[in-house]
Write a protein that binds this ligand. Structure first.
Ligand SMILES: Cc1ncc(COP(=O)(O)O)c(C=O)c1O
Length: 376
């Protein structure tokens, strides 16, 4: 059987990874400034993470959500403490799209409405509700197309209020920092305004922190820079450092009913073991502070390059925008300088490294980046 060929692949086969480095089958080492698409939070193959998952697997890997699983409570407790959102409750699932799907469903159940506002360049996943609120018609199949989704310009509160005032909106969904859309940060005043308007018009404010959460921005969640309290926050990617897990953090204003949400695999023992290890390491190794420090250093150094059109970002979520297309730059970084980076569209390089990236790794990247840009 052949694989369904939906991914354009680089001819590189990673077989091992450690910290901020990935090794291919020929033993070639690559500096990882992509983190497998913002997934690697605490670094590859962290010993505490490996030990926690391995020892859990030796005891029990899975049982259903119809029995007690104290690991889920431990994960929720640790997540509440580290994110300073202790009063929220946690629903565990398996991916970012699924987290958003559940958030939208909760909003619709609770408001008894169905319209959703999202924003230009937004990406929220590929399942039916999540893709419908994503600003990319190419990936919306006819079955997912909806008339009750409104995509508005980012940072335009007047447009949001004129839509909300119609009274039929269940939720406003927004990324803490737009990732796939090119590292665009919503203004703090915009997020505060959204909070006020959602309260006024009785709509849910959903913060999608799937990519920007888990310390990547230099705060646990990027929206925390604005000092607001969303109704629902969604998370995935860095939550499991590669083990599939997603979460929906739900404000204490909303009560659960049995059967309202559900999943077979969500919150399984192995996923919880991974998620707990991630939180332990983020805390003990002060990785949120590291993301802030190394991220600021990278942005300062990048600001010295005059070939760059604009640098945007917070912590270790950085977009480097060029006038010209970046395909050649990225290829040279990967194949000649042995550095993985991400992209967004044709003009933006995205840096999403593990949060334990050392300053010396950042310096190495800056040197190699300069060599590539000088050769252009
Ligand atoms: C902001 C955001 N939301 C949701 C998703 C979807 O997550 P997943 O691929 O785990 O379903 C992504 C994935 O890139 C994302 O960046």
């Amino acid at each position: 059987m052949d694989l369904f060929n939906v991914y354009p692949l680089f001819d590189i086969e990673p077989v091992k990874a450690e910290g901020s480095y990935v090794y291919d089958k020929n033993g070639q080492r690559y500096l990882d400034l992509y983190g497998g698409h913002a997934v690697i939070s605490i670094g590859h193959s962290h010993p505490h993470y490996v030990a926690n998952i391995s020892s859990q697997l030796e005891r029990i890997g899975f049982y259903s959500n119809s029995v007690q699983n104290p690991l889920q409570k431990e994960l929720a407790k640790k997540l509440g403490e580290l994110s300073k959102m202790d009063e929220y409750s946690l629903f565990l699932c398996n991916s970012g799209a699924e987290a958003n799907e559940n958030a939208l469903k909760l909003a619709s159940f609770k408001t008894n409405k169905s319209k959703v506002i999202s924003f230009k360049n937004a990406f929220h996943g590929r399942t039916s509700g999540a893709v419908a609120v994503t600003d990319n018609p190419k990936i919306i199949a006819p079955i997912n197309r909806r008339d009750d989704v409104v995509i508005l310009p980012l940072n335009d509160l007047t447009a949001v209020e004129s839509e909300l005032s119609k009274g039929d909106v269940a939720a406003v969904i927004i990324e803490g920092i737009q990732g796939i859309g090119g590292i665009r940060i919503p203004d703090g005043s915009f997020l505060k305004g959204l909070r006020e308007l959602c309260t006024k018009y009785e709509a849910f404010l959903i913060l999608d922190e799937v990519q920007s959460g888990y310390g990547r921005s230099g705060k646990f969640f990027a929206f925390q820079y604005a000092g607001i309290k969303p109704d629902v926050v969604t998370t995935a990617k860095g939550m499991g450092n590669g083990f599939p897990i997603g979460g929906v953090l739900i404000s204490p204003d909303f009560d659960a009913d049995y059967g309202m949400l559900g999943t077979t695999f969500g919150g399984n023992h192995l996923a919880c073991a991974a998620g707990i290890a991630v939180l332990d390491v983020i805390k003990s190794q002060k990785l949120i502070q590291n993301a802030l420090d190394v991220g600021s250093y990278l942005m300062d150094e990048l600001s010295k390059f005059d070939q760059i059109k604009e640098i945007r970002g917070l912590g270790l979520m950085i977009g480097i925008e060029f006038e010209q297309e970046i395909t050649e730059i990225r290829k040279k970084l990967l194949f000649e300088k042995k550095i993985f980076t991400g992209v967004s569209g044709k003009h933006i390089i995205r840096l999403l490294p593990p949060l334990n990236l050392k300053k010396e790794n950042a310096t190495l990247f800056i040197q190699k980046f300069k060599e590539v840009l000088d050769e252009l």
